[in-house]
Design a binder for this molecule. Structure first.
Ligand code: R5P
Length: 244
């Protein structure tokens, strides 16, 4: 990461932490950009006595939240069974992205946390995405592959089905581990490269329908806000949700 990219991510992380209000239940995303936000929220807990709690989207986010002093809770502990289904159990979810496209469609999952991230984002009244300007694209799928979390048994079948949808599918291999990357769920990740996605909403449904897929990193209709960092500036883009 270059110094200017790190500065942009830090500025976005701090802007995100400033959106947090006393009493909120948060979604805590995964990745290098959200890490700046989690650390900044931790400082507000320590210095201002900010009273918040957060549901982490990965073991990495959980460890960072605990180290930073942000109280951590599970979905079991926030009373999903007692809240009306019309009410979002999380006030604000903060998370990074690998691409941000039109209508705030996203590709996520470089860190293989996309399935838990989607669960948490779907429970939040506001889902605020934190990126530096390099993540903005005019068309999704032009820079990043769509990560697809799969049952190891089904991997060849899912790869074949993804090829049928027009992707080149590659099993993600560990960089500091021999063999496939293993997710927090104990599953594998196929990176599906599409060379541009014409119909993100249709592809979202199509990938979810492949037997053996746990979930994928294409996020359609979930983000309500994006904070884009470039230099010292942070741009705030808002996208009202059509559903939920
Ligand atoms: O699985 C990882 C997540 O989806 C990340 O939020 C995403 O890859 C962006 O990460 P970063 O902020 O490190 O670029």
């Amino acid at each position: 990461m270059s110094d200017s990219q790190a500065d942009a991510k830090r500025a976005v992380g701090h802007a995100a932490a400033a959106l947090v209000e006393d009493g909120m239940t948060l979604g805590l995303g995964t990745g290098s950009t959200t890490a700046f936000a989690i650390e900044a929220i931790g400082r507000r807990v320590r210095d201002e006595g900010l009273d918040v709690r957060g549901v982490p989207t990965s073991y990495a986010a959980e460890r960072l939240a605990r180290e930073s002093g942000v109280p951590v809770v599970t979905l079991d502990e926030i009373g999903l069974d007692t809240l009306p289904t019309s009410r979002s159990p999380l006030d604000l979810a903060l998370d990074g992205a690998d691409e941000v496209g039109p209508a705030l469609g996203l590709i996520k999952g470089r860190g293989a946390a996309h399935v838990r991230e989607k669960v948490v984002a779907s429970l939040a009244a506001r889902f605020v995405v934190l990126v530096d300007a390099s993540k903005e694209v005019e068309r999704l799928g032009t820079q990043a592959p769509v990560p697809v979390e799969v049952l190891p048994f089904a991997e060849p079948a899912v790869a074949r089905a993804l090829r049928g949808l027009g992707a080149e599918a590659t099993l993600r291999m560990g960089e500091k581990k021999d063999g496939p990357v293993v997710t927090d769920q104990g599953l594998w990740v196929l990176d599906a490269r599409f060379d541009g996605i014409d119909d993100p909403a249709g592809l979202d449904v199509a990938i979810d329908g492949i037997p053996g897929v746990l979930g994928h990193g294409l996020f359609v209709g979930l983000a309500t806000d994006v904070l884009v960092g470039g230099g010292e500036q942070v741009r705030h883009v808002v996208q009202p949700r059509e559903r939920g």
